[in-house]
Design a protein. Structure first.
Length: 241
């Protein structure tokens, strides 16, 4: 798997910090239709070491490419001291990106017979899907990705010119549960940037949208909402623990 040494990691982090105030450099580093891709081996490594309910995805620049770097955290949310850091370069997809959401509904039929075996009630009800974990609706994911594609450079221009890059993200914090495989056959995760409006900060904030892929996306189990799209990554700044 692609990994950085500690020195390469430090150099990449410094590279992004230096680029954040340079709008021209950012336009060269971030085509808005490019994504990060983490293989199952990289995600398994991160999960095996991570002791916190979140993990960190650092943003860096290495050999002229933007990179996302996985960093496991200890039980108190501090970065673990490790000798390698799995990373993915920002690059163009080699195939279509499929976002899928399947909803299954529970149908409950009720029949009531009186003591003399006469039907006194007979009805049927459909219940909404039950989700086993917090999820991001597919339409919201698509909207955020489209917003990034169409408005990201405008967002960066304002951040660079008005705020000298100080408010541009350096890392993202992602709940570990959101990228824990829900079944077997997990192969990789595609991470796309998105832009969504924050009611708290009253401005657009970037996010990383994690899209998990399996050998077979079809459901094989219980009644639940099944999706390969997750959100909840928090950019730092402003959302720094």
């Amino acid at each position: 798997m692609n990994t950085f040494t500690r020195d390469q990691f430090d150099a990449a982090i410094t590279g992004w910090a230096n680029a954040c105030s340079d709008f021209y450099a950012i336009t060269k580093l971030i085509p808005t239709n490019y994504v990060f891709t983490f293989q199952a081996e990289q995600m398994d490594w991160m999960r095996s070491l991570n002791k916190y309910n979140e993990f960190c995805t650092e943003i860096g620049v290495y050999q002229g490419q933007l990179v996302a770097i996985l960093c496991p955290l200890d039980g108190s949310g501090k970065k673990l001291v490790v000798d390698k850091f799995p990373y993915s370069p920002l690059q163009k997809l080699d195939r279509d990106l499929r976002l899928m959401e399947t909803q299954e509904y529970i149908i409950v039929k009720n029949a009531v017979l009186s003591s003399d075996m006469q039907i006194v009630d007979n009805n049927e009800n459909a219940y909404l899907p039950v989700s086993s974990k917090p999820m991001m609706d597919q339409d919201k994911a698509v909207s955020a990705i489209e917003s990034w594609r169409d408005e990201a450079m405008t967002w960066f221009y304002r951040e660079c010119t008005e705020f000298k890059g100080t408010r541009i993200f350096k890392r993202f914090f992602v709940p570990t549960e959101d990228v824990t495989p829900s079944k077997g056959g997990f192969t990789h995760v595609v991470c796309s940037f998105g832009l969504k409006f924050s009611d708290v900060y009253q401005r657009l904030l970037p996010t990383l949208i994690f899209i998990s892929f399996y050998e077979d996306l079809q459901n094989s189990g219980s009644i639940q909402t099944i999706s390969n799209t997750y959100d909840w990554s928090q950019p730092c700044p402003p959302m720094c623990p």
